[in-house]
Design a protein around this ligand. Structure first.
Ligand SMILES: [Zn+2]
Length: 256
């Protein structure tokens, strides 16, 4: 019975992952998410339902379009697999109304993180629509879970500190450092992570982002004057804090 539920949830995750691929592709271009059938991005051929089975179709087609045989990005099955594994991993030990609610809460956060991560890589954009959705569920959770002083100060510091730094940087150098989406995301994360937590997010994501930037410049994949997508660094650090809390608290003790 239990193995049954595990397989079920994994397949559920794969299907949601397939939907996330659509979101990542279409949401930044303001295209319809549900009613338009998927098509090959190269030749535009409409896909049949059996070309759309998560991971399986990719393997069956050997990673090529069934019509024009152009390569399909490995990112599609990767995102499906990742979402499936996250669903499986978050599944609670015992099924109750409360544990399922918590499961859905964390799974939704993970899904938004995945979309944010890849859309920011592609378009240098953390979409307001995704941020709003994330804010709504985190705020609802925070109001019922934490003392108000915790999430209010977390939100204010998460939003205010990067805004202030960006403003000072702009006044001094005439350049905008962080994008508006980054600052909003920090603010939302502050509602969940609290003041200390979100300061940790800010410090560590700047460190991770800078490190990644140096590596990319070293590998000549990026030039110094071209802006880098910063969202993925924020997402990676926040995912570490939210989904690996025990490990995070141990790391946090070295810093604060
Ligand atoms: Zn094609």
């Amino acid at each position: 019975m239990e193995a049954f539920i595990d397989i079920y949830v994994f397949i559920f995750g794969l299907l949601i992952g397939s939907f996330l691929n659509v979101v990542i592709l279409r949401l930044p271009e303001k295209k319809d998410l549900v009613f338009t059938r998927s098509a090959c991005p190269t030749c535009g051929s409409k896909l049949k339902w059996y070309h759309n089975i998560p991971v399986v179709s990719f393997l069956a087609l050997k990673g090529k379009c069934a019509y024009c045989e152009k390569r399909i990005s490995w990112r599609y099955p990767l995102i499906e697999l990742l979402t499936g594994l996250v669903a499986f991993w978050l599944l609670p030990q015992s099924i109750s109304l409360q544990s399922m609610g918590i499961f859905l809460f964390y799974f939704t956060i993970a899904c938004i993180f995945i979309c944010h991560f890849f859309i920011d890589l592609d378009h240098h954009l953390l979409l307001d629509s995704l941020n709003l959705y994330l804010m709504a569920i985190i705020l609802a959770f925070a109001v019922f879970t934490f003392h108000w002083s915790y999430w209010v100060t977390g939100g204010v510091i998460g939003f205010g500190a990067p805004l202030l730094v960006t403003w000072i940087f702009y006044k001094l150098r005439g350049q905008v450092g962080l994008g508006g989406g980054d600052i909003k995301l920090y603010g939302i994360l502050g509602l969940y992570l609290g003041p200390t937590g979100v300061m940790f997010t800010i410090f560590l994501s700047c460190f991770v982002g800078a490190l990644f930037g140096i590596i990319m410049i070293g590998l000549k994949k990026m030039t110094k004057d071209k802006p880098m997508a910063f969202g993925p660094a924020i997402i990676m650090v926040a995912a570490f804090q939210i989904f690996f809390p025990d490990l995070y608290y141990r790391v946090q003790q070295w810093f604060f």
